[in-house]
Design a protein around this ligand. Structure first.
Ligand SMILES: Cc1cc2nc3c(=O)[nH]c(=O)nc-3n(C[C@H](O)[C@H](O)[C@H](O)COP(=O)(O)OP(=O)(O)OC[C@H]3O[C@@H](n4cnc5c(N)ncnc54)[C@H](O)[C@@H]3O)c2cc1C
Length: 387
């Protein structure tokens, strides 16, 4: 069936702007207190359980979730504003981000009541960190090829196999993982996969580090050897997870984090160019800011659709494809626009070179994580009825 995607203009309501001021005041206070160093392309800050707890105290984790599970029942647009303000200063969100963005919403939709009552309030308080177990050594883009197996056992399931590229598995309390419970059928290769909530300190789970180009330990191989998961931690129907896992990606793909990961390089360029940029610099900076503003409007529009209870998978894929291509190209454009030396005062160079080096190193991953560029374009083409 053909479909045309649509990005309706969404104006952030007044309560969002009030909230924005509150978030800014909080972040200023935290920066002054030395909780984190702003900017720097995210190279200083990543995980901070202490910062996540403070976010939790303010009701800014799980803020759209039902009050009975610790949430605030606020809107997706309010959540958007909080997220955008944190990203703009490079606040450390890594500890709670995955749980807030996608694991919590998946549990709300498909988790058992026991799990919801136990886990969701702790996420909202900033006490829990989550990772995502989708990719395997022989199954990345093609999730339906997953072979890491969950076999039925007394009262639950035994998991055996390997997940790979699992961001933050070594510092997560839980994983939501996709496991094979039955072989795929000839008629439907999507059949036979089930999602589980896995406690990462379960006996039989080992993580092995994988380092990124920056030298940081961000990823892991996660090895399961007869790890037991109770049936109450099954997330959704047995063998029917394909739909859940693809819905989850609409949350993962559309936020401002999909075009702001190298944003600090632009901020540094603006600072370095000063109040008298050359014509070429002014033109180049204006062009990038215009791209950024357009992406933001599209991303806010997706937040509006999520708020309206829609599952905007195609629009989310469009935002992620355009957004990650923008943020991937940005450091190189910044490099070409930057003055080779700082006019007059060499100390004005400040953080620029380090931010540029760091954002250049992270650029290649941006169009791979959360679905590669080619896969996203395939999803968009299918959504438009072109394949
Ligand atoms: C920074 C980062 C963090 C990540 N974190 C996680 C995580 O927390 N949890 C997790 O489960 N995974 C994670 N991943 C893994 C990521 O989801 C996979 O790398 C990605 O889905 C691609 O899978 P692959 O690496 O197996 O490549 P492949 O799927 O083997 O793809 C190889 C190449 O073939 C192309 N290709 C594949 N299929 C098609 C197709 N149908 N049409 C056209 N081209 C195609 C791809 O675009 C790619 O260029 C992370 C990856 C990165 C870079």
């Amino acid at each position: 069936m053909s479909y045309s995607f649509q990005f309706d203009a969404v104006k952030l309501p007044d309560e969002c702007e009030t909230l924005r001021e509150e978030v800014r005041a909080f972040l200023r206070q935290e920066i002054e207190a030395g909780t984190f160093k702003p900017g720097g392309g995210g190279r200083h800050n990543s995980h901070s359980p202490a910062f996540s707890r403070k976010m939790g105290e303010r009701g800014w984790i799980g803020m759209t979730w039902p009050k009975k599970y610790g949430g605030q029942e606020r809107s997706q647009l309010e959540r958007y504003v909080v997220n955008e303000e944190l990203l703009a200063v490079g606040a450390p969100q890594g500890f709670h981000r995955t749980a807030d963005r996608q694991s919590g919403p998946v549990l709300i939709r498909y988790g058992t009541e026991e799990v919801k009552q136990d886990v969701l309030p702790r996420i909202c308080r900033g006490e829990l960190s989550f990772c995502i177990g989708l990719s395997e050594p022989n199954s990345g883009s093609d999730l339906f090829a997953a072979s890491c197996r969950a076999s039925m056992a007394d009262g639950g399931w035994h998991i055996n196999g390997t997940k790979i590229w699992t961001s933050n598995a070594h510092r997560s309390h839980y994983m939501i993982g996709l496991f094979r419970t039955t072989s795929a059928t000839k008629e439907d290769r999507r059949h036979g996969l089930t999602q589980f909530l896995v406690k990462m300190d379960t006996p039989g789970i080992r993580t092995r580090p994988i380092h990124s180009l920056t030298g940081r330990h961000d990823w892991n191989e996660v090895i399961f050897e007869n790890a037991f998961v109770p049936d109450s931690h099954r997330v959704g129907e047995v063998d029917m997870a394909w739909k859940q896992a693809t819905n989850e990606l609409a949350y993962e793909r559309s936020g401002p984090e999909r075009f702001m990961e190298t944003y600090d390089s632009l901020v540094e360029l603006v600072r370095l160019a000063g109040d008298k940029p050359s014509e070429r610099q002014a033109d180049g900076i204006g062009r990038e800011v215009a791209h950024l503003a357009t992406l933001r409007r599209m991303s806010v529009s997706v937040a509006g659709m999520l708020q309206a209870g829609k599952v905007p998978s195609v629009e989310a894929a469009v935002v992620k494809d355009l957004g990650t291509n923008f943020e991937q190209a940005l450091p190189n454009k910044v490099r070409l626009l930057a003055p080779a030396t700082s006019a007059g005062d060499p100390s004005n160079r400040g953080d620029f070179d380090e931010v540029l080096a760091y954002t250049t190193l992270i650029a290649p991953k941006l169009t791979i994580q959360g679905g590669t560029r080619e896969v996203l374009r395939g999803i968009i083409a299918r959504g438009l009825g072109l394949r």
